[in-house]
Design a protein around this ligand. Structure first.
Ligand code: SF4
Length: 325
């Protein structure tokens, strides 16, 4: 009998994407390549990741190169990808692996690494070692829900989806199967306008031909929280600008930034009337851009010539501030 996994693998053989971290026909010979790509792909699209991945691998071609680099340099090569905690975790993970002298090969060992959750652990073990792990992310959930016409809200069908996905996973070629199902979700069974006529599972799919296919699976949309704050461009009389290193824990930790906060920090600053808006995973932040000219200021940070700003890794949020002003 021709199984669903077989049909998918046949389709992948011909139609799977060519990606710089991918090798078809089994595990990647270099687990480090998979490790870097998995960290970069967390919350970021393949298209965005490719140029960053290529530059990163040129600078840090081995896990030893990455482990021995400074955090600042790692951040520098991560600039623009966002979610810098990933860069920090990847750096720490590389150091952990180098000090233990081998890559972890069991789920328990992988889960002990910094910044690796259930999904990344499965994906890493499947792609780097061809171990029979089932990867389940938003793509896979959508495909399973449609394939089996699971129309209840997503949070009510998680267990059924897991069971179905595990039953389908090919245990002989788990690396290719993991890549194949990701490609199916990214290129054919897309959230909007799925290309069902090109799908290798069209004859098996219980949702094939349904008009309401885009509504499967059902998701509850939670409104994003709105936050408003102030960002300060502070110049001294030499035309230099004040930046500071963000040390507090969180998304932007370890990056340089202009002082900003949700409450007003400096009474004498002038409002420029300009704003930047940035969408984080759980909230939307609007920052009002304030300016201030002063030589002695009582706050963390230091003045740098504006032309040297690019030497200091900054978040996308701060780059938006620079661009706006
Ligand atoms: S037939 Fe359409 S809905 Fe069903 S799995 Fe394929 S692309 Fe998705």
């Amino acid at each position: 009998m021709v199984t669903l996994a077989y049909k998918l693998l046949k389709w992948y053989d011909k139609n799977g994407r060519h990606l710089p971290w991918r090798i078809k026909g089994g595990a990647h010979p270099n687990p480090y390549v998979i490790l870097v790509s998995e960290f970069m792909l967390q919350q970021t699209t393949v298209k965005t990741v490719i140029p960053y991945f290529e530059k990163f691998m040129q600078r840090f071609p081995t896990i030893e190169d990455l482990a021995s680099a400074s955090q600042e340099e790692v951040y520098h090569y991560w600039q623009g990808l966002g979610y810098y905690t990933r860069a920090k975790s990847l750096h720490q993970t590389a150091q952990q692996i180098v000090s233990s002298a081998c890559f972890p090969k069991t789920r328990d060992e992988v889960l002990k690494l910094k910044g690796i959750g259930a999904y990344t652990a499965s994906s890493f073990l499947a792609l780097a070692f061809n171990l029979p792990e089932t990867v389940i992310d938003g793509n896979v959930m959508r495909i399973m829900a449609r394939l089996y016409a699971l129309t209840s809200p997503l949070d009510e069908i998680q267990d059924v989806i897991r069971e179905k996905a595990e039953n389908l996973t090919d245990t002989k070629c788990p690396a290719d199967y993991a890549s194949a199902i990701m490609d199916l979700g990214a290129t054919i069974c897309t959230p909007k306008k799925p290309k069902c006529s090109l799908c290798p599972w069209k004859n098996d799919c219980l949702s094939y031909g349904r008009q309401d296919i885009e509504n499967i699976p059902q998701r509850k949309k939670l409104p994003k929280k709105q936050k408003v704050g102030f960002v300060y461009l502070i110049n001294n009389s030499q035309g230099e600008i004040l930046i500071r290193l963000r040390t507090e824990k969180g998304l932007l930790s370890g990056l340089y930034e202009f002082p900003w906060a949700e409450e007003k920090l400096f009474k004498n600053a002038k409002d420029t009337g300009q704003q930047v808006v940035h969408i984080f995973t759980h909230f939307k932040l609007t920052l009002n851009i304030m300016v201030l000219q002063i030589d002695n200021i009582d706050c963390d940070g230091f003045f740098v010539p504006v032309c040297n700003l690019s030497n200091y890794p900054m978040s996308t949020l701060m780059k938006k501030v620079i661009k706006a002003f």
